[in-house]
Design a protein around this ligand. Structure first.
Ligand code: MN
Ligand code: MN
Length: 309
């Protein structure tokens, strides 16, 4: 019976590519193993789909029930994040970078967890220790997973080991520019093509009561503002409709995650008040606010102050 290697529920790129990577390592070591995931390929998130396509990797197969099967876990060790029947599976290995979860085993197993930014980083070490060369396509997947989990090294979870792994894997994968790879993933994640303007406005939208005035604030996180250039007028039209429905102001934060700032689009009964709130001047209905990333921590508190809440 082949070992089914599986990552956590609602899989991210690390869970997907680590399942592929560990299955290939076990196979190279003479065991029978296959990569699995807890969803169908069609349900993979846009970032993971992009990564698999870019490196020519097959999506892991759907694993629905682990009961009675030989199972290896990657990127988690909590029963609640596993497939049905995990508590009655024959667990043979765990490779992870999270806190240790609640799985237990009847036999000694390979258990490798390290406090690094990504399971891909741990697997890169395991390949080296085993003296197994990482196939080019799999190296690409592992590389993408590390960039994703560490948010291109910006996450506080990122370690020196992750940077070393990226430096090694990019050579094997033939990727010259890892920033470009990260951007491709970010664009996939924040894609706006084909989505109606009103749905975009409401993708992440909240209304607030500012001293009796109703103020709506939406946010779109983008890899670059160019992503919404073509739909900007449609977005403003959608904002006008929403504002006409009894709101004092409607703001849309077009947040550039790479440049770390927000193009704040404003429709308001009192533009001067909004300008005062952010100490900036509106030009053509919007203003660039450097460093503005968070609605909760930056935009709303500034508005509350200006409205005298
Ligand atoms: Mn994960
Ligand atoms: Mn991970």
């Amino acid at each position: 019976m082949a070992i089914s290697v599986v990552g956590h529920a609602n899989p991210d790129t690390d869970s997907v590519t680590s399942a592929i990577s560990l299955a290939a390592l076990l196979t190279a070591q003479g065991k029978e193993a296959k990569a699995c995931m807890q969803i169908a390929a069609a349900d993979l998130n846009p970032e993971s789909t992009t990564v698999l396509k870019r490196f020519g990797l097959q999506a892991p197969e759907f694993l629905n029930d682990a009961a009675g099967k030989e199972i290896a876990l990657v990127d988690f060790s909590d029963l609640a994040q596993g497939p049905a029947g995990l508590d009655s599976a024959d667990l043979v290995a765990i490779v992870d970078h999270h806190k240790i979860g609640d799985v237990t085993t009847n036999n000694p197993i390979l258990f490798r967890a390290e406090p690094v930014g990504c399971t891909g980083t741990v697997l890169n070490k395991m390949y080296k220790e085993a003296g197994v060369a990482i196939p080019k396509d799999i190296a690409g997947g592992m590389l993408a997973a590390i960039l994703s989990d560490t948010v291109n090294f910006k996450s506080p979870t990122c370690t020196e080991d992750d940077k070393v792994a990226v430096a090694e894997l990019k050579v094997v994968a033939g990727v010259d520019d890892t920033d470009e790879l990260f951007m491709e993933m970010l664009k996939a994640k924040s894609a706006v093509e084909g989505i109606p303007a009103k749905d975009l406005l409401f993708r992440d939208y909240k209304d607030f009561d500012m001293k009796g005035s109703k103020v709506g604030v939406g946010q779109l996180e983008l890899a670059t503002l160019d992503q919404v250039a073509a739909v900007r007028e449609d977005l403003i039209k959608a904002m006008k409709e929403v504002k006409a429905d009894g709101r004092h102001s409607v703001l849309l934060m077009l947040t550039d995650v790479v440049k770390e700032g927000t193009d704040l689009v404003v429709l308001s009964d009192d533009e001067a008040l909004i300008e005062k709130a952010f100490d900036a001047k509106l030009e053509g209905g919007s203003m660039w606010i450097p460093g503005m990333m968070s609605r909760k921590k930056q935009t709303v508190p500034n508005l509350q102050k200006a409205f005298g809440c």
